[in-house]
Each structure stands twice: as structure tokens, then as C-alpha cells.
Ligand binder design. Structure first.
Ligand SMILES: Cc1cc2nc3c(=O)[nH]c(=O)nc-3n(C[C@H](O)[C@H](O)[C@H](O)COP(=O)(O)O)c2cc1C
Length: 360
């Protein structure tokens, strides 16, 4: 029988339990400065709170990659020293840290004055801000940006990196036929739509020496018509596995509104594990660890999903915004479900990350 509190190996990262903090953007407001102070405390609280692995909020891989012009980026001057400080702190609590890397693509706000968002195709994902299709030269630059970003994370001592390939950001835009209308070798069937991810992984491995842990968060379905299919997602993940990917976090949704949100309303235990059936299917199809994310609140429900098949770990986001010390509470014997009511008010990031429904 598996339990959320078993020690586990996620690829070459060993963790003290199967509970992972899923990537959670902390704030868009203050850019790189946010890496010290408040952010350090946030990570210390999570690490103290008993979680096995923390995946950071998303970090942009180049100056035009942000979901806002001020989103933290791996190219910020403070990134390596400030991340090293966070990593050392997190390690002191026997917790591991994986940095999530993103390009926001057509959802983005390029830092360059007058910069236009780019995506796989000419498309508008942000009202009044039409995006244009990336050139092949820009795709090649993007691949190198991810590679450099991964190298910076390694330099900072992070245990690994996660490619944000979900939720309608650039990589997910390439993977989704809903967004990708290209007719060159980066559009069409999944071998073409997924080409960019295979190139990223190869470049990131080259730049980090070949054995640095690289994970992906990916949609099994986009929650729109003309979605990536589970068969396509499995095909791509098998290709990534054969090229050295170490873990898959299975999510869903292009994140364009409530119906496509990856963060669902959870009203009963039956709603928990929003995308766990897809994670279970993926775990049968690959040999690397699969992490299920979305809507988990109750320890017994998590244990149940772990024991239905080969899911290796459970990731949590909103419950840990409300209760950063949740894992410790459960481990100490109080197994009452997370208090999070999935109101999603925590998405209001302008004033920093916090639970708007409960205060300490
Ligand atoms: C405030 C907030 C910020 C988020 N930031 C990210 C992010 O940076 N990267 C990411 O992959 N997902 C992000 N997500 C999505 C979560 O990681 C997770 O996939 C989703 O909320 C479902 O998990 P949950 O039910 O445990 O919250 C965010 C969600 C919230 C509520």
C-alpha cells in the first residue's frame, strides 16, 4: 500500500514524502525583487510545513516571456544568488526544490516597449493584444533561452527544473491544435506540434550536463474543442522519456476562463483529483513517475488515488496557499481535509500571494 507519507524517488530526486507543492506564481507585481524577503519566507513556511518537494512559481526564460512585464525571470541579476538562498533554506528542512520555467507566448506581456506577444500562430489570447506567429529563428532562440534558464537553476543549486507545458502558455499553445495552426514542421500532427518540446529537452540537457533532473507539467486535455488528446500526450511523453525526461505532472486546461481553468471548484470528495483519471492512464503508459495535480484536499482521497495504480505523487497548489503547513498537520495526526474552498480569489496576485477567504 502506498501512502502520501512514504519516501519516494521522483527520477533522481529523492523526497521524504509523496506530497509536492505544485507551481504557484507568487506575484507579478515586483519582478526580480520579489525573490528576497516575502518570497524567502513563503518558501521557508512551505518547507517547514512538511512538503517533500516544492515546485516554484513560474519563472520567465527571457525578457519577453512574462505573463506580466514584471514577472520574475531567470535572467534577472538577482536570480542566481537569491535562488541559491531559497534553495539552501529549503534544503535545511529536508525539502527539495524544482524551478518551473515558462514562456507565456500569446498570453504574455513582452517587456520590450511596444513588444507584441508571440505564439505558434497569429492569434489573440489576450483581448486587444493580437499575437503574431513566431518565426523559426525565434523558435530556435526560445529553445536556447530554456537551455540557459535551466543552467542558471542548476548554478543556483536547485534540484531540478520543470518545463511549464500546460495551461495555455507558449509550450501548451504549440501542443494544442486549438492554438497551433502552423503549416510548417512545428504544426500539424503531434510529432510536429511536440517538436518544440523535444528540442527544448535536448538543449536543456546539453546545457546542464545531461543528468540534471528535468520534469514537465503538461495537459492531458485542454478543456476546449480541438484539444490535445490523451493519446497524443502519451505519445509525446514517451518520446520525452526516451530522451531523459524524469517526471510528468499531468494537468489540464488552457486557462482562458472558468471552464478551461486547471483550478476546479471542489465541492465534495467525489470532485477531488480533477485530472487523476488521466494521470492514472499516463502512469500506465510510461515508466517515469507521474504526478497528479488538481483538486486534492483529503489525505485519504490522495492515498486512494495513489493505490489505484502507478501515480507516484500528489501535487497541491491552492490548499497550500491557505495552509502552508498542511503536510505537517496531517503527519501530526490531524487528517481533516484542507480548509481551501477553491474560491480562486488567490488568483488575484497583484498584492502578492495570499488566501482571501481565511487568515491565520
Ligand atoms: C494563485 C495561483 C497561481 C498559480 N500559478 C501557477 C504557476 O505558476 N504554474 C503552474 O503550472 N500552475 C500554476 N497554478 C495552477 C496550480 O499549480 C494547479 O495546477 C491548480 O491550481 C490545480 O491544483 P489545486 O487544485 O491543488 O489548486 C496556479 C494556481 C493558482 C491558484
Amino acid at each position: 500500500m502506498k501512502s502520501i507519507f512514504d519516501p519516494v524517488s521522483i527520477g533522481s530526486i529523492t523526497a521524504k514524502n509523496r506530497l509536492i507543492r505544485s507551481a504557484t506564481a507568487e506575484s507579478y507585481a515586483e519582478g526580480g525583487r520579489r525573490l528576497s524577503g516575502v518570497k524567502t519566507r513563503l518558501y521557508e513556511d512551505l518547507a517547514k510545513g512538511g512538503i517533500g518537494v516544492i515546485i516554484t512559481g513560474m519563472f520567465g526564460v527571457d525578457r519577453n516571456s512574462g505573463a506580466s512585464p514584471t514577472m520574475p525571470k531567470t535572467g534577472d541579476d538577482v536570480f542566481v544568488p537569491a535562488m541559491r538562498e531559497i534553495v539552501d533554506l529549503v534544503h535545511s528542512y529536508d525539502c527539495k526544490l524544482v524551478v518551473q520555467l515558462v514562456h507565456s507566448g500569446a498570453k504574455g506581456f513582452p517587456a520590450e516597449v511596444g513588444g507584441q506577444p508571440v505564439g505558434p500562430s497569429d492569434d489573440t489570447l489576450v483581448p486587444d493584444r493580437p499575437a503574431r506567429a513566431m518565426t523559426k529563428a525565434e523558435i530556435a532562440d526560445l529553445v536556447e533561452s530554456f537551455a540557459r534558464a535551466a543552467a542558471k537553476c542548476k548554478e543556483a543549486g536547485a534540484d531540478g527544473v520543470q518545463i511549464h507545458g500546460a495551461h495555455g502558455y507558449l509550450i501548451s499553445q504549440f501542443l494544442s491544435p486549438h492554438c497551433n495552426k502552423r503549416s510548417d514542421e512545428y504544426g500539424g500532427d503531434i510529432a510536429n506540434r511536440g517538436r518544440i518540446v523535444l528540442e527544448l529537452l535536448e538543449a536543456m540537457r546539453r546545457e546542464t550536463g545531461g543528468d540534471y533532473p528535468i520534469w514537465i507539467k503538461i495537459n492531458g486535455k485542454d478543456l476546449v474543442e480541438n484539444s490535445i488528446t490523451m493519446e497524443e500526450c502519451i505519445w509525446l511523453c514517451r518520446e520525452l522519456e526516451s530522451r531523459g525526461l524524469e517526471a510528468i505532472e499531468l494537468s489540464a486546461g488552457l486557462g482562458f476562463g472558468r471552464s478551461t481553468s486547471p483550478s476546479k471548484l471542489i465541492e465534495s470528495v467525489d470532485d477531488e483529483g480533477s485530472f487523476a483519471p488521466e494521470a492514472l492512464t499516463m502512469a500506465e503508459a510510461v515508466s517515469i513517475p507521474v504526478i497528479s495535480v488538481g483538486g486534492f484536499k483529503t489525505p485519504d482521497v490522495m492515498d486512494k488515488w495513489l493505490n489505484k495504480g502507478k501515480i507516484e505523487a500528489i501535487a497541491l497548489c491552492r490548499p497550500l496557499i491557505s495552509e502552508p503547513k498542511l503536510a505537517k498537520r496531517w503527519q501530526d495526526g490531524d487528517r481533516e481535509k484542507a480548509r481551501c474552498i477553491s474560491c480562486n480569489k488567490c488568483y488575484r496576485l497583484k498584492d502578492g500571494l495570499k488566501c482571501h477567504s481565511f487568515s491565520e
